[in-house]
Design a protein around this ligand. Structure first.
Ligand SMILES: Nc1ncnc2c1ncn2[C@@H]1O[C@H](COP(=O)(O)OP(=O)(O)O)[C@@H](O)[C@H]1O
Ligand SMILES: [Mg+2]
Length: 367
């Protein structure tokens, strides 16, 4: 088999035109990060967000053309848009305008319930908590998955130790990657190393949208619960996600140090605006358990999250200690609930998961 060259692919993409401009997408500089490896092609189409719908058709056309080449087994493409600070994600912000309901969210196909994990800022352990909670929900007998929509720093591939790209079914739907029994999908899976830098900067909401509608979450049976790892913060990006994806409940993760800093009220407002029940707050890295003597010290003055929860009238779901075992298992792709399900730390995650499952069950639309 002759090797397929990037140039050859670019030539084919040159036959696809921007419908409005009548000029081909390559000459317009819209094709970015085109990469080919082992017969798998990936690239991004940089678009004007106002044209998202039209360009989605163009993206599909590109996929079909490249997919038809002998020797190409898979094509993964996404729409991206350069960030315009004046109007963040205008193409997807329409639900906030007009008199209609704020919520325009869609159900994720193949998923019964969606729980979002949010945080005021990055680095608080949001992803570590999200993945361990998903595993803990699974250990309670629920069929669970994790969906990484942290467009700024997708970390689920690292946390689950996944180094492969998702496959497709016969209808070109994306198949989630199953690890530790958990169905998972992440923007990180869709990015090749060489394209990551291009995709990280530009907005990738198009990709999130595509993953939301095109992932076969039920490939291995319908999911009872899907845990969403949201991007840190409570700004427009998060609000847009909350408006795009129908969430049954939200959890806020905070460390004792930054609890005062997070605009908890704003975060809660965001979920209220989109009719999402806030299940409560988790305090992570809450206290330090000395690994040699087992003594507990509240080095950060723990308990802040509990107070904030009380003040805001939401539940306090639990506290997770700062512990080397949690860090090491996270960073080596073997989350503690999968690696050591009977450990005391896993018991904490499972406890919190039980509380969350209870909250889900008490919702009126629970099935
Ligand atoms: N309870 C904990 N104890 C020790 N280390 C933790 C704990 N929670 C998270 N970490 C570590 O903190 C770092 C940031 O966690 P991460 O989950 O990636 O945060 P975020 O998703 O909020 O950016 C990682 O190295 C992770 O292993
Ligand atoms: Mg993270």
């Amino acid at each position: 088999m002759t090797e397929i060259k990037q140039e050859q692919l670019m030539n084919i993409l040159k036959s696809v035109s921007h419908p409005g401009k009548g000029v081909d997408i390559v000459s317009l500089g819209m094709v970015q990060g085109l990469a080919i490896r082992d017969g798998e092609v990936s690239f991004a189409l940089n678009i004007n967000p106002a044209e998202a719908e039209m360009m989605e058709q163009v993206r599909k056309k590109c996929d079909a053309k490249l997919g038809a080449i002998a020797g190409i087994s898979k094509v993964v493409s996404v729409l991206t848009a350069q960030r315009d600070p004046a109007k963040e994600i205008p193409a997807m912000q329409s639900p906030t305008k007009g008199a209609g309901p704020l919520k325009n969210a869609r159900k994720i196909p193949g998923v019964k319930h969606v729980i979002a994990v949010a945080s005021g800022k990055g680095g608080v352990g949001k992803s570590t908590t999200a993945v361990n909670l998903a595993l803990a929900l699974q250990s309670l007998g629920l069929k669970a998955g994790i969906f990484d929509v942290d467009i700024y720093g997708p970390s689920i591939p690292m946390l689950l130790g996944v180094d492969e790209q998702p496959g497709q079914d016969e209808n070109k739907k994306i198949l989630p990657i199953i690890k530790y029994g958990l169905a998972s999908m992440s923007l990180g899976y869709m990015m090749k190393q060489d394209t990551a830098t291009i995709w990280r900067g530009p907005m990738v909401m198009g990709a999130v949208k595509q993953m939301t509608t095109d992932t076969r979450w039920d490939a291995d049976g319908e999911l009872d619960v899907l845990v969403l790892d949201l991007p840190p913060g409570t700004g427009d990006v998060q609000l847009t996600l909350a408006q795009t994806i129908d969430m049954d409940g939200a959890i806020v993760v905070s460390t004792p140090q930054d609890i005062a800093l997070i605009d908890a009220r704003k975060g809660l407002d965001m979920f209220q605006k989109t009719d999402t029940e806030v299940f409560g707050i988790i305090e992570n890295m809450s206290y330090f358990l000395c690994p040699s003597c087992g003594e507990r010290s509240d080095i950060f003055g723990h308990g802040g999250a509990r107070e904030v929860a009380a003040r805001l009238g939401v539940d306090f779901l639990g506290e997770i200690p700062l512990h080397m075992d949690i860090r090491e298992t996270s960073d080596s792709g073997t989350p503690i609930v999968a690696h050591a399900p009977d450990s005391p730390h896993s018991a904490i995650y499972i406890d919190i998961a039980r509380r969350i499952a209870e909250k889900l069950r008490s919702q009126k639309n629970y099935e």
